[in-house]
Each structure stands twice: as structure tokens, then as C-alpha cells.
Design a protein around this ligand. Structure first.
Ligand SMILES: [Zn+2]
Length: 145
């Protein structure tokens, strides 16, 4: 089972970490549907992955990549309750999904050894949110769009 996706109790420590997996992920837009519970993985906390749990709301254009994305609702997002994300940023929580579990395991294998010695909450620094509430992975931001 995936770890529980609760917000970290303390502000995360910023520790930029290379993420070769998310940009290379092959996941289609229709893999997700409105109502799905998903998580955007942000880093590591106490030897588990952590991230922001959200609900898929509706299809929405993801301008940073010029591709189809999904509008998401983050119940704890405050001013950024609604963001638009690319499908490859999302991992399913609402049902056992082999594709998403494989990605989750790969992220664990890649990240947990790197931060195993830390007890703190680590933010790997992958995601920013634009003024138009577009969630953008650092790799997509660098592509210059
Ligand atoms: Zn899935």
C-alpha cells in the first residue's frame, strides 16, 4: 500500500534532488478521470515519500508543456486550492493501479536511499506553481515555455 499522504508536520527542508523518473514517465491523459484521488510527490519524510494529495476535477490545458492536463483540487491548498498539472506528475491513490504503483516503487527506490539518514521532511524542489496556478515540474520549466 502507498504510504499515508498527510501534510508534513514541520516545514520541509529544501534539498534539490535529481528526478529522472517523472519527466520520463509514459502515462496518458485518459489514465485519470474526474473524481480520482491522486498525489503529487514532493519529497521524503521519515523514510517515506510524501506529497500533496488532491482530487482530479476536470480536463484543463497545461500551458507549461502545451499538452492536455488536469485541474486538481487541493483541500489544504489555501490560495492555490485549484491547480493544473500534467498527467505525469500524478499518482493514483483512489484505486490500486499497477501503472502508478510501479512509478511509486521506482521513486522510492531512487529517493529513499538518498535521504535515509534524515529524520527531517525533505522537499526535493521539483515543483513550482505559476501565477496562473499551473503546477510545473522543474524539468518542464527549464524547457523554456
Ligand atoms: Zn494510475
Amino acid at each position: 500500500m502507498p504510504p499515508p499522504w498527510t501534510p508534513p508536520p514541520t516545514p520541509p527542508a529544501f534539498a534539490p534532488t535529481h528526478d529522472p523518473l517523472t519527466p520520463a514517465r509514459d502515462i496518458t491523459h485518459p489514465h485519470f478521470q474526474p473524481g480520482d484521488q491522486v498525489v503529487v510527490i514532493k519529497g521524503v519524510a521519515s523514510a517515506e515519500l510524501w506529497g500533496d494529495a488532491m482530487r482530479v476535477v476536470a480536463p484543463s490545458w497545461h500551458t507549461p508543456t502545451d499538452e492536455n492536463g488536469w485541474r486538481l483540487r487541493d483541500a489544504t491548498g489555501g490560495a492555490q486550492t485549484y491547480v493544473t498539472a500534467h498527467p505525469r506528475y500524478l499518482v493514483h491513490l483512489s484505486r490500486r493501479c499497477p501503472d502508478c504503483l510501479i512509478h511509486l516503487r521506482a521513486m522510492e527506490d531512487h529517493l529513499l536511499p538518498k535521504h535515509a539518514s534524515h529524520d527531517a521532511v525533505i522537499d526535493c524542489g521539483w515543483y513550482t506553481t505559476t501565477a496562473l496556478n499551473q503546477l510545473v515540474h522543474i524539468t518542464d520549466a527549464r524547457s523554456g515555455r
